[in-house]
Design a protein. Sequence first.
Length: 203
Amino acid sequence: MQSSESEPVRGRPGRMSRLVRWLARRNTLRRPVDRIEGAVLVALTIAFLVAMAVACVIGGHTYQSQRAASAGLRPVVGVLSQAGPLFYGSLPRLGQAEARWRDPEGSEQSGVLTTATAPGIVGAAAGARIPVWLDRSGQPVAPPGGQVAMIVNALAASAAVAGGAGMTVLVCYGLCRLVLDWRRLAAWESAWSLTGPRWTTRR
């Protein structure tokens, strides 16, 4: 009596191999439009996977760009020469204020700070000390985002590319199905025009 362990174990074919055999195998029941639909589905799947890879690359590039930009910023302390804009109700009011500061080399500079480049000027009195971030050219810029903000921005960039690719794939597949279904219906009507009279004349 032979042991069951000596019998070869057949593994289940993968989904991709079944799909390839379904596309390549000759089948009298499968119409040309069915093979076209399968080929279009495979092509759109590959295109979507490529778009996912591109989305990951864009997300990584966005994150690295933000880190590089933040690394080039230098913090200094600015002193307001005039009072900053006040609050408008419960919201900060957009505006600007003159200020002076010393750059990292020790030279005194003066210029205009806005609520975008220095949010701390809102509601601040003249003479107040406000944190300011300077770029490599010594100009005030918006404060750098934190690590979480960088990750969120990178994910948002990736999601935008992935979402656009997904919508494009769905629209293309929907249009393809619409055309192929129209061809199927036309073929069915043509076949029925030949077969229908034979059935109706039978008793």
